[in-house]
Design a protein around this ligand. Sequence first.
Ligand SMILES: [Zn+2]
Length: 124
Amino acid sequence: MKNIIICDDCQKEFSPTPSDFSAIEDGDLRVEFFICPHCRSKHLYFASDTKMRELVQKRRRIADMIRAGQTKGFKQKTLRQYIRMMDSVKAKQKEIYPALKVRGERLLEKHREVLKEDAGDTLT
Ligand SMILES: [Zn+2]
């Protein structure tokens, strides 16, 4: 799967490769971001805390269960149960993500400031 992203800062298209990604952590908060190869600006990709990471894991497990259930021909009732479980995990993620994103953006902003200061130090 190839993701084409348009950079907010320079408006150029790119598809990030694993080496464009990086992460910063502050306590429980983890911010994954990617760096635009054109202008080097940083963009938030995913912000998570312990709770969110648990939900991500859970979602992966349920997706595996659904896949296994489909190939092994589980009962429709069982599959529907899995799908309901998946929906409830998705709903929880949706509920807690906005606040995480705000915290993530703040952390990323702080990180940008630090980098600027570092660059400033090397110039003086
Ligand atoms: Zn850019």
